[in-house]
Structure formats: C-alpha cells, structure tokens
Design a protein around this ligand. Structure first.
Ligand SMILES: [Zn+2]
Length: 137
C-alpha cells in the first residue's frame, strides 16, 4: 500500500494540470515502514524530445538528485509519478519498459485539464507486467 500525504498529493495534481496537455513526471519521497508514505513530491522535467502528450522521460541525473535529496531528509525515493493526459491511469507497455521494479509508479489521469483518477503500479522484476498497488491519497 502507498499513502500520499495531502501536500505532496496537491502538488502532484497541480503539476499534472499545469503540464496538460503534456505528460508531467516527478519523484515521490517518503518513508517505508511496512506501508509506504509519500511526504514530499519533487517535480522533474519531462526530458522526452518528441511529443510529450503521450510520453515522458526522466534524466538519470535528475533521479539521482531526487534520491540524494531524499536521503538528506532521512527519507527514501519511493517512486515516480507521471500523468496521462486524456487517458486512463493504466500502465502502458512503454511505462513498463522504462520502469524499475523497486519503485511505485503512480499514474494520474488528467481529463480535459482536470484530475480524474489515479493508480499506483508495481512492475515485476522482468518488467513484463505491473500489479496494481493500493493507493490512498
Ligand atoms: Zn504512462
């Protein structure tokens, strides 16, 4: 289970709405004590060079910086979030290919510029499928 506190959740939704009609992406920082709790969200730049309406890309150095920031605040990098403009919060084949099995992947569905729903996904180690994780926000 992953729980996102209200401040990071509001920031993630705001980020996803701002980026619309493009995809946004960012890091989720927090603590893992049995369950995962996201305390801080960190917006990161969508570095994808093509059409960003259907794709996002994270720079490895941005992820490393997020990981470092988490550790400086005695937290962990728990996962990655990104948005799906005018699309359901499913985990696409591309999302799977670009995933890492040790993170939670939260997808926010933004429909016509407004938040619609969200899901969290846990990719398996082969990156062939992702299981839905209980998400509380
Ligand atoms: Zn996606």
């Amino acid at each position: 289970m992953i729980r996102i506190e209200s401040d990071p959740w509001a920031a993630m939704v705001a980020h996803a709405r701002e980026a619309y009609p493009n995809e946004c992406c960012g890091a989720m920082l927090g603590v893992i004590e049995g369950d995962k709790t996201v305390r801080v969200s960190m917006p990161l730049e969508n570095a994808y060079a093509g059409a960003q309406a259907t794709r996002y890309e994270l720079r490895p150095e941005d992820l490393l910086a997020a990981d470092k920031a988490a550790r400086e605040h005695h937290m962990d990098l728990i996962g990655i979030y990104h948005s799906h403009p005018d699309c359901d919060a499913y985990f696409s084949k591309t999302d799977l290919q670009n995933s890492c099995p040790w993170y939670s992947f939260v997808v926010l569905s933004i429909q016509q510029g407004e938040f619609h729903h969200a899901n969290s996904w846990l990719p398996n180690f082969d990156q062939t499928e992702a299981a839905k994780e209980e998400l509380i926000y």
